[in-house]
Each structure stands twice: as C-alpha cells, then as structure tokens.
Design a protein around this ligand. Structure first.
Ligand code: UTP
Ligand code: MG
Length: 508
C-alpha cells in the first residue's frame, strides 16, 4: 500500500519514479523516504536531490519497499502515530531516523550504520511489563546490530525452535532451518519473558509458523509439533548418531537407511568401517558428550599456554568460541594461537602437538597415557591471492587441529564436570586450535568467537548493506575493490559502520 506524505499537498504534483534516472544507484538495499512534515517541501526536494546525486535511492511515496524513514519532526509520538496509521507491513523492520543519520550519511557518501542515537524512538512501550521497554522498531533483523548476553529469558521458546531447526537441518530443508534459528536468535535478545503474542508484535524474523509454535507453548505449556518430532524414530536416531565425534548428517543418514538404530547396531555391523575420528568418538563418547565447564576451559588454557610459551615466548594465545562470549558450559574449547613473526605460525601447531606428545613419552610408566588422546592436524591452505572467494566455506583455510585432550581433575579449580560415579580422576575434552598469520588475527578472532548466528549476520550485513565481503580471513570492499586492513575486531566493526558489540553481547 502506498501513502502520501503527512501534509496534504495543495496542488497534486506528478509522482516521480523512486529510482533516480540519471544518477547512478550505488546502494541497492537502501531506500529512503523523507517525511515532509516539519521539513517543508523545498527542503525535502533539496535533500532528495542531494541524496540522489550521491547514489541513494529516494522514494517519493511511503511504501513497504522503503528501508529508512528520515524525519525532522522533533515530536516522536506524532510521527509514530502517523506511521502506524499507514498500514505498512514492513514498519517493524524499517529504520525510523532523525535527520542526523541523513547528514552523517551524506557526509560519508554512504549509508552509515544505524546507531541508537539516530533512532526516533516509539514512545509507546510494547515489551515487556516491568522490564526496560524495547521499542520493537529498534530490534534489527541483523544479529550483529543486537546485543545478546548469555541470559535467555525465553528458553522455553528457543529450545522448541532449536528442535525444529535441527529437524529441518537433518532433512536438508535449509531455508526453514535458518528461519527457526533466526527466530530463536531474535527472542534471545529480549529483556524479559514473552507472556503473550502481543509482546512480540513487530519483531523481525518471526513468521506465522514460529508464532503458531509460540502460541501452543503459551496456551498449553508445550508444542505438539515439537513433541511429535522428539518422538520421531528417524529424528532420534539421527540425533544419536550425529552426537558422535566424526559422524556428520550424511553418515548418520546412511546408517539409518541401512536399518541401524543404536550404537551397538553400528559397532557390531561387520560392513561398517569406522575412521580414526569416529573410533575415537565412540571410545570417548561419554566424556565428549558431557558439557565442558568454564573451570575446565580455564585449566586447558593454562596447559596450552604453558606448551605454547615453551616453544615461542612471544606467542599470542586467545580463548575464543562460546567461552569468550561468557558461556558457563560448552561442547569444546576453542583457541587461537599465533606469533608476531609472519610465517612462523606455519610450524607453530606441529610444534605444539609435538610438545603435547612429549608429555606422553616423558611421563612415568604408569602415566603413559599422556595428554594427547587424539589429534587431527590440517595444514594451512590460506592464499590471499585466491581471495575474496565467492562462496563462504564453513571451514576456514588457516592451519588448525582438532584435539581430544586428557584433562586431570587436579588441574581444575573445583574439580571436573564428571559423573559422581566416575573415579578415574580425569576426563577427555575436545579442543580446537587455530593458527592464523598475525595480519589475519583480528578477522580470525571475530570469526571464531561466534556465535554462528552472529557471524552469519555479520557476513549478511557486510554483503547486503555495505557491498563488502567478510569471512575469517578478510574484509573486502567491492565498491572500491580493496581489502580493508584491521588489527582489532573494533577496526572491522568500524569499517562496516557498525557499533562495536562486545564478545559477551554476541550470544545471538
Ligand atoms: P563452536 O562450534 O565451538 O561453537 O565454534 P561455540 O560457539 O564455541 O559453542 P560450543 O559451546 O562450543 O558448542 C566456535 C565458533 O567458531 C566458528 C563458528 O562459526 C563458531 O562461531 N567456526 C567454527 C569457524 O569460524 N570455522 C570453523 O571451521 C569452525
Ligand atoms: Mg566451542
């Protein structure tokens, strides 16, 4: 539906096409609408021409294709009352901005990232009672523009969404899987519990299907669709099989199709040949499927730090992944390790692995089973001349190793996170070490800190809002055809024109 500006015009003027005719459009994904009220007709025309001359698309009429509404009206309530009366479907995802965003963007010659200070806030609080009101229009569709701590008030919904996402993932329905992950991610940033569907009105990424699941949970305390999935034999079996280290969805599906339903079916089936990773996965199944605690992650950090610094005193070691985001538990512990000397990082992981192996050989006879229980080392295939790559690959090109380490309880403050009946005094833990060259460190740190959804939306934001390519190796500006240098994560946020989000706010 289309709407004319607030103040009715005295004489009808011919409606111009929204896309400038002569000026080149530089920002395909940004469509401005300037509100005439308070701005006045002649100033609006002037600003429209200015923006178009800089490659912006400016729409003459307000419709659902508009992405950024710019107003000079200091009365937020009057503006919002008008906007809400316009029957726009996309209003919740539109940026409603004051003129400062426009002037910043004209000065920079590109649409600057929307910051809180630019927003014309809806003064009517919509969510939730008793908590800080979060005007829905301020919740971005991009996780990298939301601050998401580890505190999730809506676990009852996000857990249900995760089951649906996994089920779709196992059936290779990528779109639906992603839709539920996005919906869960939006709910995770809310400052309180959703008590009725009205609380989520206008939030991005929540479609009809997600809302119907939420409605069931709100009414009955559970979702029948989710319960059906949880009791489905195929889902249960594939979940069980993929919970083994080294078993992906394809292998799990193959085993399921062959009629196998349990671990003993697999282990007693003569035609199945497990690879080394899967053998180790079964061997340490109980340990690896048990969550790793923060104290255990810290203890592993100390062990690796000791090994790394014995090799290179100036090495840099950083904890990444979920623990860097402040999580209490994780499925593994992720570290980045490098050295200031470019090229030296190539031999760093093999040296660290050797050192961890020596731990085995030099120990007393009774402790022959050393710290390194499993190691899969993958050398670097990173080559900047082949970047930026057109596709995003799940795995980056840096040298890395997937390890299983033997962690003694005596090294862990407060003891191991193991079962009460477990008296071994140690447990196996999955550890990932990644070793980027120092000049790639900031990109790798940002990429490995996660969360997956946060990273996905950073890449999506870079691509669709900035015409840039971001991955774990580089940030590339397609409009200038150049790589953008960064030594810190903040540099990358700055290049993208995003407010800096701390690691513990990236739990999207
Ligand atoms: P993890 O799978 O370890 O996730 O990957 P996590 O957030 O630490 O969660 P848990 O607690 O272990 O389950 C850490 C981050 O590293 C990125 C992922 O996108 C994730 O955000 N990653 C992982 C890569 O960038 N490349 C990879 O090859 C693997
Ligand atoms: Mg992890």
């Amino acid at each position: 539906m289309f709407h004319t500006p607030i103040v009715p015009r005295k004489r009808p003027r011919p409606v111009e096409a929204g896309v400038p005719r002569r000026e080149q459009v530089k920002f395909e994904n940004v469509r401005l609408y300037l509100v005439e009220r308070k701005m006045g007709h002649s100033r609006r025309s002037f600003l429209t021409q200015l923006a178009r001359s800089k490659g912006f698309m400016v729409e003459d009429v307000l419709s659902d294709t508009v992405t950024h509404v710019v107003s000079e009206d200091s009365q937020a309530s009057a503006l919002w009352t008008w906007l809400k009366g316009c029957d726009l479907k996309n209003l919740p995802s539109m940026h409603v901005l004051d003129i400062s965003w426009f002037t910043d963007s004209m000065r920079e010659g590109r649409p600057v990232a929307v910051e809180t200070r630019h927003l014309v806030q809806d003064t009517v609080p919509t969510f939730p009672e008793g908590a800080t009101p979060t005007p829905v229009a301020t919740v971005s569709q991009y996780a990298c523009q939301r601050r998401t701590s580890t505190e999730n008030y809506n676990k009852i919904f996000t857990d249900a969404f995760e089951v649906l996402a996994e089920s779709y993932e196992l059936s290779e329905f990528e779109g639906q899987c992603l839709a539920f992950r996005k919906a869960a991610s939006v709910l995770k940033c809310l400052p309180g519990v959703v008590r009725c569907l009205g609380d989520i009105r206008g939030l991005p990424c929540l479609g009809e299907h997600t809302k119907s699941i939420m409605e069931d949970i709100l009414q009955c305390g559970r979702s029948f669709e989710v319960e059906k999935i949880l009791s489905d034999e195929r889902y249960q079996t594939l979940k069980l099989f993929t919970s083994v280290f080294g078993v992906g969805p394809k292998t799990a599906e193959k085993w399921y199709r062959a009629g196998l339903r349990s671990f003993s079916d697999i282990l007693t089936e003569p035609s199945i040949h497990l690879n080394r990773m899967q053998q180790t996965g079964f061997l340490h199944y109980k340990d690896i499927s048990r969550a790793v605690s923060k104290a255990e992650a810290r203890a592993l950090g100390n062990i690796i730090d000791e090994a790394v610094h014995a090799i290179t005193p100036d090495a840099v070691l950083a904890l990444t992944g979920g623990f860097r985001r402040g999580k209490e538990f994780g499925h593994d512990v992720d570290f980045l390790v490098t050295t200031p000397e470019l090229g030296r990082e190539k031999s760093l992981l093999p040296d660290i692995i050797d050192r961890l192996k020596q731990d085995t050989e030099s120990g007393p006879r009774v402790q022959r089973e050393g710290i390194l229980l499993y190691c899969d080392y993958q050398a670097s295939t990173f080559d900047i001349s082949k970047l930026p790559s057109l596709r995003f690959e799940a795995m980056d090109l840096f040298a890395k190793c997937f390890l299983i380490l033997r962690l003694k309880g005596s090294k862990v403050e407060g003891g191991l996170n193991s079962a009460a009946e477990d008296h071994r005094g140690w447990r196996a833990v999955r550890v990932d070490l990644v070793s980027p060259p120092m000049d790639r460190y900031a990109y790798a740190l940002l990429g490995w800190t996660g969360s997956r959804q946060f990273e996905r939306d950073l890449r999506r934001f870079a691509r669709f809002e900035r015409q840039m390519r971001l991955d774990n190796h580089i940030l590339y500006d397609k409009t200038k055809n150049e790589f953008l240098a960064a030594t810190t994560e903040k540099d990358i946020f700055d290049h993208l024109g995003l407010e800096y989000i701390e690691p513990w706010q990236r739990n999207a």
